[in-house]
Design a protein around this ligand. Structure first.
Ligand code: AMP
Length: 307
């Protein structure tokens, strides 16, 4: 089985949407990526850090999904990364209310020895120096390195972020962040500029409006599935990234055409994530439900046009 190495936050989140509010619940970029990638036939491991305030049951959940957690450091007396966000009425925009780095502030990642030859590395959202350090530890060049980031790191660690961006093959980023990173309003121009920074493939996520994949001058678009109920978009981007990188890991094919499949798989899994608060839906969704929804994606996106 191919190996996927995941790096990112394992966190506590407190979320408020027009439909309700949560106290501190399980969150974090790596958590969502891992849960999403667990739908594929692969081996995966998370590299991250938590404090000893992090409940064992959350770690057990990851283990129950066959995710290797030996790379999750538990800092004695430390506090777990905490993020709090408030969504606006359209659910497409949110304000970050609190970001407490806590144990993440001094984190030195350690890649488990048996993942230093991982086929795919998914650098989830986290400090760009940590993302770079993980790449430094790889003993074999991965077939594909995917990076996800957010405006927080553009604001507080831009030079380090630009350094790691140079080293990756694919970047996944949302539309506003693509504009911020490139200084371009047009997403086509933004994607071109970001390709010049290093990644040959740029995925721009547009929330409920789907995702665009750019490579050279080619573009592919995948819609998001129109859903009856959207409760909480938190983690949708990470779930997308987990589906994308999980599918590529399983299929071992890094062509542009196969990335189109990966985008649909990622969008499909993200459509489940938003149906309940936090990771709740991703914990219970079955492979059968995922397969049924893929059919819906197929009929949504494929038709013969008469020209
Ligand atoms: P998403 O909705 O896909 O952007 O991801 C939300 C997840 O990202 C939450 O579970 C947070 O714990 C995590 N998160 C929020 N801010 C940061 C940050 N600055 N660095 C890393 N992870 C973050």
């Amino acid at each position: 089985m191919n190996k996927l190495l995941i790096v990112g936050t394992v966190a506590f989140d407190a979320i408020e949407t027009p439909f309700g509010k949560t106290d501190k619940i399980l969150g974090g970029a790596a958590t969502y990526i891992g849960l999403s990638a667990s739908f594929f036939n692969l081996q995966s491991a998370i590299v991250s850090v938590v404090g000893d305030d992090f409940p064992q049951e959350h770690l057990d959940l990851l283990t129950s999904k066959n995710i290797d957690i030996s790379g999750i450091e538990i800092v004695k007396g430390g506090k777990t990364f905490f993020w709090s966000g408030l969504y606006h009425n359209d659910l497409n925009s949110r304000d970050t209310l609190i970001t407490e780095l806590n144990v993440l502030a001094d984190f030195q990642p350690k890649v488990p020895q048996n993942y230093k030859d991982a086929d795919v590395v998914m650098l989830g959202n986290l400090h760009p120096l940590v993302q770079s350090s993980v790449l430094d530890q790889m003993e074999k060049k991965p077939k594909l390195v995917v990076l996800d980031t957010m405006n927080f790191w553009m604001d507080c660690a831009l030079p380090e972020l630009l350094d790691v961006i140079k080293r990756v093959d694919v970047i996944t980023i949302n539309d506003e962040e693509a504009r911020q990173l490139s200084g371009e309003y047009s997403l086509v121009k933004a994607a071109n500029k970001i390709q010049e920074m290093g990644p040959k493939y740029v995925v721009i996520k547009k929330g409920e409006h789907g995702a665009l994949l750019f490579h050279n001058r080619e573009v592919f678009f995948a819609p998001a599935l129109p859903l009856e109920d959207v409760f909480d978009p938190t983690g949708a981007g990470d779930t997308f990234a987990g589906g994308f990188s999980g599918f590529i890991t399983q299929s071992e094919n890094i062509s542009f055409n196969n990335m189109k499949n990966a985008i649909i798989y990622g969008s499909n899994l993200a459509s489940f994530c938003v149906e309940k608060f936090g990771t709740e839906r991703m914990q219970t969704v079955s492979k059968a439900e995922v397969a049924i929804r893929l059919q819906q994606f197929k009929s949504l996106t494929q038709f013969d046009i008469e020209i």
